[in-house]
Design a protein around this ligand. Structure first.
Ligand code: ADP
Length: 585
């Protein structure tokens, strides 16, 4: 059927896979060398083999019975021995062919599974990542001992065995039916039971309906089953975003190679420079301040008094245990931490906060909230649930509540950057950085009426890491809330820099984290899936990495700005005859 489909159809798209080779298609098999078709040769030689064996055994038995020496062989026995040897060699060759084929095919079929290759890649990556400037060269920075590298986890195979999708005549009928509106596009996956074919048909129908080509948007090379019912509906392809690596980023004594998916030139390079400055200064320290995802439904009463009654009930410490038992039924990992209520007239906003293990936790917290709302209906039958989310949560919108109360992981990350490193790596001075930070990130943002935006470009790093690791990129809004502080320390010689980020929303299970590419990036960081030691440890570590990468990004961009500002100032005040490079250092 597969072969028929191929011959009667046209490729959906011209994009050719570069490295993947279909096992069936392009490889010469060792069995091709046989004069007869394989099954006929097998039949002939099997018959010959067993006939010869039978003939020889029966003759030898006869000889033993009549006491004739076995060494006396007749002409027919010689023929039988020759037939036995010939067929034996063939059969050995037959099994040998499979063996040879397996040798030939192995590089393609096991390319994703070869532990040796992975090990080699890992070694190369580590070599690439190793800081070129040896620590201690002109700089006094002793690093804490690092833990042994995490075991290499085999990367999931993602490429299809049949990389180029082709459409059959049957598919053509479906395309026409989608174009005519008789088959809903959304129903293709359930109708066909084949997600990739569904995507191919939808894509072709879309091109015909719109008259616009989707050439350039790849279809093949993606596992459409993995997104079904979880990540994306009605797929027609996937967007490719390059992933660059910044690092190693040294946080809390551990090195991380930080994957960043971005199309913004210089972003990875700049973050990498920040990582280098941090590494040469002995690393950064990250501290988790709080860990709790929030959801805030809005409920309405007939009077403000009734809304206030519920507020008092929910915030009464005596009722917490009962509410927690009800809430916690939703998941093994969701544990109620608190409820904070806000009233607007007759309307009450109930902001639930709970731990969510290694999940980012939006689904988990929503389920727990629903349990509590159902429970409250008994004592507050006049309560109208207007919406499970009333925006006091607050998800994917700039909101002071997240900035002040936190959402997800609240993290502060700091480092002391040595004066030498500031000059040699960042090409600026401690004094310039401190001054610029005060003017730009603090005063400038205050002038702009910023909400959580007291930083240079936290969102750049947050978003790139989020996309690479399968987080919800829309949550960059509150996850990028960050105040960057800089201060001269050690008699003004060194720079203390910190980023305080109250609402980093990350998870290592659920959502896009389970997709092959994103999962590989989490694996690189050593935080793939749920932590086996303690629930939530992986997602907390990921939050620390996000904050550390932001610290690196802030350091580097602020330095570039500080250095640039100096140059401009010198030009403006007509002092360009001075040695600018000296001035900036
Ligand atoms: P989210 O709440 O971030 O949208 P989901 O609820 O979709 O995430 O995914 C979390 C799922 O993963 C839940 O079903 C949960 O039971 C399961 N899970 C397994 N291990 C863990 C863990 N260590 N922490 C959190 N969830 C886990």
């Amino acid at each position: 059927m597969e072969a028929g489909r191929r011959s009667s159809t046209k490729p959906v798209q011209s994009l050719k896979p570069t490295k993947t080779v279909s096992v069936d298609e392009d490889l010469t098999k060792a069995s091709d060398a046989l004069p007869l078709p394989l099954h006929l040769s097998n039949a002939v030689f099997f018959t010959l083999f067993f006939s010869a064996v039978y003939f020889l055994l029966s003759h030898w038995r006869e000889k033993i019975r009549t006491s004739t020496p076995l060494s006396v062989v007749t002409f027919s026995e010689i023929i039988a021995i020759l037939a036995f040897v010939a067929s034996f060699i063939y059969l050995l060759g037959f099994f040998g062919i499979d063996f040879v084929q397996s040798l030939i095919l192995r590089p393609q079929t096991e390319v994703w599974n070869s532990e040796d290759d992975d090990e080699l890649a890992d070694v190369l990556l580590r070599k690439e990542d190793a800081r070129k400037v040896p620590c201690g060269q002109a700089l006094d920075c002793s690093l804490p001992p690092l833990p042994p590298p995490a075991p290499i986890v085999t990367v999931q195979k993602v490429l299809d065995e049949n990389p180029v999708t082709v459409l059959t005549e049957e598919d053509e009928e479906l395309i026409k039916s989608v174009v005519a509106g008789t088959t809903p596009s959304y129903s293709l996956e359930s109708k066909l039971g084949d997600c990739k074919r569904g995507a191919a048909i939808r894509r072709e129908a879309l091109q015909r309906l719109t008259g616009k080509s989707l050439e350039g948007l790849p279809l093949d090379g993606f596992d459409y089953e993995s997104i079904l019912g979880q990540c994306c509906e009605m797929p027609v392809g996937y967007v490719q975003i390059p992933v660059g690596i910044a690092g190693p980023l040294l946080i809390n004594g551990r090195e991380y190679s930080v994957p960043m998916a971005t199309t913004e030139g210089c972003l990875v390079a700049s973050t990498n420079r920040g990582c280098k400055a941090i590494h040469l200064s002995g690393g950064a320290t990250s501290t988790l301040l709080r860990d709790g995802m929030t959801r805030a439904p809005v409920v309405r009463f007939g009077t403000a008094k009734r809304a206030a009654d519920l507020k008092l009930y929910l915030e009464d410490p005596d009722n917490f245990d009962t509410l927690a038992v009800v809430f916690n039924r939703s998941s093994r990992f969701g544990r109620l931490q608190g409820i904070k209520c806000a009233i607007a007239g007759k309307n009450l906003y109930l902001r639930f906060t709970c731990t969510t293990g290694d999940a980012m936790g939006m689904n988990m917290v929503s389920k727990g909230v629903q349990n509590v709302l159902d429970f409250l209906q008994t004592d507050f039958p006049d309560m109208d649930v207007m919406g499970i989310s009333g925006n006091f949560c607050s998800d994917k919108k700039p909101a002071a509540v997240n900035w002040i109360e936190g959402r997800g992981k609240s993290v502060v990350c700091e480092a002391i950057i040595k004066g030498d490193v500031v000059r040699k790596v960042l090409k600026t001075t401690v004094e310039s950085l401190v001054e610029l930070n005060m003017l730009k990130n603090l005063t400038g943002s205050a002038m702009a009426g910023a909400l959580g935006g007291f930083n240079a470009h936290a969102s750049n790093i947050v978003t790139a890491v989020y996309i690479a690791t399968g987080q919800d990129p829309a949550q960059n809004v509150e996850s990028s809330h960050c105040i960057t502080m800089m201060e001269a320390v050690n008699d003004g010689k060194d720079l203390h820099i910190s980023v305080t980020m109250p609402s980093i929303e990350v998870g290592t299970v659920g959502g896009g984290t389970q997709l092959a590419s994103q999962s590989a990036c989490l694996n690189l960081l050593g935080v793939k899936v749920a932590s086996k030691e303690s629930a939530g440890a992986n997602s907390r570590m990921l939050a620390a990495v996000v904050a550390g990468a932001v610290l690196a990004g802030e350091l580097s961009l602020m330095s570039a700005l500080a250095a640039g500002q100096l140059v401009k100032s010198h030009m403006k005040y007509n002092r360009s005859n001075k040695d600018v490079s000296k001035a900036s250092s």
